[in-house]
Design a protein around this ligand. Sequence first.
Ligand SMILES: [Zn+2]
Length: 93
Amino acid sequence: MELFCQKCGRRFRPGELRYQVKMEIISAFDGYLPESDQDIDLELNRLIEALTYQDPEEAAKDVAQSIFLVICRSCRNRLVREYDTGHGQRVVH
Ligand SMILES: [Zn+2]
């Protein structure tokens, strides 16, 4: 079976080093709830309605989604350079 880097698309040579990447994208909450001018019942109804019409699978992805990739060494190095900045530091592209 031929394997390709899922980031750059390059074909792996037999025995070539590969890297697995697991990304977890989880919604973050800063504790702030906007105050609504509207009646709270109206606001609740609006939220319930929005949830009712949203595909449950899509709604779950909004909260947490895992992505698995197999990438080559040069893509791995680029990824580390881009994102391994320590906590809270800004990643600039
Ligand atoms: Zn690659």
